[in-house]
Write a protein that binds this ligand. Structure first.
Ligand SMILES: [Zn+2]
Length: 294
C-alpha cells in the first residue's frame, strides 16, 4: 500500500468475519448412499455417520394440534435419523456421539478412521442411541479416546442405578480417560478443547449439550437432540417429544438456541435430522426454516 505523505491513510477492508461458507457435500465411491457424507467448515472436515434413516410417527410429539399436523405432516409421519458425527480438525479426530454402534465402525472405516484413530469423543447426552457404540461386552470400543461428558449428565445417570444401566457401564469402561466439564450458555460459551465450545441445551436430558466448532471464520453447531421432528419443530419449536426428561426446559433451550444460530448464521447439524443432517436455519415468523446442505 502507498506510504507517501499525501496518501498516508489506512485503508481497511472489512470482511464479514463469520460468513457462512459455501459448502459442498462429497462422498467417496466406497461410501454407500445416505450413510456417510462430508463437508468443510473452514479448515475442518465434518462427516455425518448415519446409523439409519426412518419415518417416525407424530404420536410421540407433545403440544401439537390437528391443524399443525395436517399442515406440516399430512401423512402423520416425519423424516428422522440417528447420526453420529466425525470431525477432523488439524491433527485431532473428534467423534460426537456414537449412535447405536450399528453402522458406526463400517462408516468410520470408509473414512479411513478406525476406532483406534479417534482421539476425542464428545457426548451430547447418554441415551442409548448416542452411547451404544461406545462399548461392546462391557468393554470400551475406542481404545485411545478421551471421553468428554457434561457434569450434569454424569450426575443424572450416576444418581440412579436403575436408570443408569448402559450409561454407567460406559462411564466405567472409560473411567480412566473421562473429562467432566460444565457447559456454558450460548452467549458466554467457553472452549473445552481448542476450537470447540460446549453449549448448554438442557431439557431433553438434564445435561444435554451441543458443540460449537469454529474454524477460519466459519462455525458449525452440532446440536445433538435439540430437535427430533424437524418438519414440525422448525415451524413450531414449542412442540416437545415424549423422550424429553423436562419438555418445558427443552422447549425453552430450543427457542433460545434456534434464535442464536439464526441470528449468527451458524450452520447446524443434528443427531436426528434426516440425511445429510446438516444445514442452515432462518427465522420465519414465530418459527424457523431449515435449508439442508446440498
Ligand atoms: Zn437421541
Amino acid at each position: 500500500m502507498g506510504n507517501s505523505k499525501n496518501t498516508n491513510v489506512t485503508v481497511k477492508i472489512v470482511l464479514p468475519l463469520l460468513a457462512v461458507t459455501v459448502m459442498t457435500i462429497y462422498k467417496s465411491a466406497a461410501q454407500e448412499a445416505d450413510k456417510v457424507a462430508s463437508f468443510k467448515i473452514g479448515d475442518v472436515t465434518v462427516s455425518v455417520l448415519s446409523e439409519g434413516q426412518q419415518n417416525n410417527n407424530t404420536a410421540n410429539l407433545i403440544g401439537t394440534t390437528p391443524e399443525m399436523l395436517k399442515k406440516h405432516v399430512p401423512d402423520g409421519t416425519y423424516p428422522a435419523a440417528v447420526n453420529a458425527f466425525l470431525v477432523h480438525a488439524g491433527n485431532r479426530t473428534v467423534l460426537i456421539d456414537a449412535g447405536f454402534g450399528r453402522n458406526l465402525f463400517d462408516n468410520l472405516q470408509s473414512l479411513g478412521t478406525p476406532a483406534e484413530k479417534v482421539d476425542i469423543i464428545l457426548l451430547t447426552h447418554m441415551h442409548g442411541d448416542h452411547i451404544g457404540g461406545l462399548i461392546r461386552d462391557g468393554k470400551a470400543t475406542f481404545p485411545n479416546s478421551a471421553l468428554y461428558l457434561p457434569q450434569p449428565e454424569y450426575d443424572y445417570w450416576m444418581g440412579n442405578a436403575e436408570r443408569g444401566g448402559q450409561a454407567q457401564s460406559v462411564i466405567a469402561a472409560y473411567k480412566d480417560r473421562l473429562h467432566l466439564f460444565v457447559p456454558s450458555e450460548a452467549d458466554d460459551a467457553k472452549e473445552i478443547i481448542p476450537g470447540v465450545k460446549a453449549i448448554a441445551a438442557y431439557g431433553h436430558t438434564p445435561g444435554h449439550t451441543g458443540y460449537l466448532f469454529e474454524s477460519a471464520g466459519s462455525r458449525i453447531f452440532i446440536w445433538g437432540d435439540l430437535t427430533h421432528a424437524m418438519a414440525v419443530q422448525m415451524p413450531h419449536p414449542e412442540v416437545a417429544i415424549t423422550y424429553d426428561v423436562n419438555p418445558e426446559q427443552a422447549v425453552a433451550y430450543r427457542k433460545k438456541l434456534l434464535d442464536y444460530v439464526a441470528k449468527n448464521k451458524i450452520t447446524i447439524a443434528g443427531m436426528h435430522i434426516a440425511f445429510p443432517s446438516a444445514g442452515n436455519i432462518k427465522a420465519d415468523g414465530k418459527g424457523y426454516i431449515f435449508t439442508p446442505l446440498q
